[in-house]
Design a protein around this ligand. Structure first.
Ligand SMILES: Nc1ncnc2c1ncn2[C@@H]1O[C@H](COP(=O)(O)OP(=O)(O)OP(=O)(O)O)[C@@H](O)[C@H]1O
Length: 411
């Protein structure tokens, strides 16, 4: 990667031009209806079919940052390629800004930042933008004007005449954002825009994304970095095995999951480690029992009279010893479960010194919905990646358009 070891330079996101603030046609910028893609390929063992996308429907509204999440092989890149018009769907329908995907008008209004943009070493940021502008058939005057605005926007104004080999990865990605914005698209498709960036670089790219969102651009963001998605996206779609597992605001998705309560009980002489008693069901823990000779016996709670507190009604309770407390934690579905546990502890004379509840993180939501990583259905043995040298995640915009022609000719 160019520019390794060099600083990012001072970053000052510039102002957006009126052109950037242009409103899109309608509120539904991306409209996907039961979209499907099956890849067919031939090997010496016969024909293979990979159902990469199996009936996905979703909408992204104007001005929102929409996150697309999913494990490897979920079908995200295939979906993005269909939206960009790089490959044709096998079935279903989709529009971008009211135009059929793949149509020249739709393509002219979509900007794409591939995962790993390749810019020739000899280019400066300015000459690279000139090159991409010419590819998009922009005239020299428009290229110069847009370059000024965009270099300001992405914070590269003072560094625009340096060769890109001196750029850090963050600067490089910001240049990538500028090239994706050159023709002033209404929809931006960003593939892993912050992958491999340090926290400063991530923050810089995030700030540009936020400015674009505030200016009314719609952003479709494919990212593996869940924290990133949590920070910048208003809604997310979670895909696995070619299907949509969930779609909605991050809070909404998390609300459907389990919540966890943690209660700290003051550790007295009575609430100490002890072997299981026979007069009550043992407090369960999800962890496998440690059977080694030096293992500590499981923690249990005793009342003031030294009797084991019966907590068998709370089978998922887990215990950990804190400095001055014993921490009880369990998943709960209703407030009543917390009330019952608190009542039980108080009736037994326990002093509660802390209680907190927490919802799911996006990562927990993701794991709940997706589980262990799963790939798409393959009708025979393993999937074959027939894209060969045309790896969509590494394409520049112009290469993407060229590859579309190649793909379409082949289909
Ligand atoms: N050109 C192709 N020919 C045959 N199968 C393909 C082709 N492109 C992708 N696939 C298969 O389609 C499925 C979905 O792939 P896709 O690249 O869309 O997933 P993804 O979610 O983007 O994964 P990743 O995050 O790893 O990029 C996978 O099983 C993949 O092997």
């Amino acid at each position: 990667m160019p520019g390794s070891g060099l600083s990012n330079g001072t970053f000052n996101a510039g102002k957006l031009s009126d052109e950037d603030s242009l409103a899109a046609d309608s509120d539904s910028v991306v409209n996907v209806d039961d979209l499907k893609k099956t890849y067919h390929s031939y090997t010496w063992r016969g024909r293979k079919h990979v159902q990469a996308v199996r009936g996905v429907s979703l909408q992204a509204q104007r001005g929102e940052v929409f996150g697309l999440l999913g494990p490897n092989g979920a079908g995200k890149t295939t979906l993005i390629k269909m939206l960009l018009g790089v490959i044709r769907p096998s079935a279903g329908r989709a529009t971008v800004l009211g135009q059929s995907i793949g149509s020249p008008v739709a393509r002219s209004r979509v900007g794409y930042l591939p995962e790993s943009l390749r810019v020739d070493r000899h280019h400066t940021a300015r000459s690279a933008l000139r090159y991409y502008g010419r590819l998009s058939r922009m005239d020299a005057q428009s290229i110069a004007r847009r370059s000024d605005e965009l270099l300001e926007l992405v914070g590269l104004r003072g560094r625009d005449r340096e060769p890109v080999v001196r750029f850090s990865k963050g600067m490089y990605q910001r240049l990538g954002l500028a090239q994706a914005l050159l023709h002033n698209p209404d929809l931006l498709v960003l593939d892993e825009p912050t992958d491999g960036l340090d926290p400063v670089g991530r923050n810089e790219v995030r700030r540009v994304i936020e400015r674009l969102r505030d200016a009314g651009k719609t952003i479709f963001l494919n990212s593996h970095i869940l924290q990133e998605v949590e920070l910048v996206c208003s809604r997310v779609a979670i895909m696995a095995a070619g299907q949509l597992k969930a779609i909605g605001a991050i809070d909404q998705l998390a609300d459907q999951g389990q919540h966890r309560v943690t209660i700290d009980v003051l550790q007295t002489a009575n609430a100490a480690a002890a072997p299981h008693s026979t007069n009550a069901a043992p407090h369960s823990t999800n962890a496998a029992p440690d059977l080694s000779p030096n293992a500590e016996p499981p923690l249990q709670l005793f009342d003031q009279q030294g009797q084991l507190i019966d907590l068998a009604g709370f089978p998922t309770l887990q215990f950990t010893r804190q400095r001055v407390a014993v921490r009880l934690a369990m998943e709960y579905e209703s407030q009543a479960q917390i009330d019952q546990l608190v009542d039980r502890l108080r009736q037994s004379g326990c002093s509660i010194v802390g209680l907190s509840t927490a919802g799911e993180s996006l990562e927990q939501t993701f794991m709940r919905l997706v589980g262990p990583a799963v790939g798409s259905d393959v009708s025979e043995e393993s999937a074959v990646d027939s894209l060969g040298s045309v790896d969509g995640q590494r394409e520049t915009q112009s290469q993407a358009i060229q590859s579309m022609a190649v793909q379409e000719a082949g289909e």
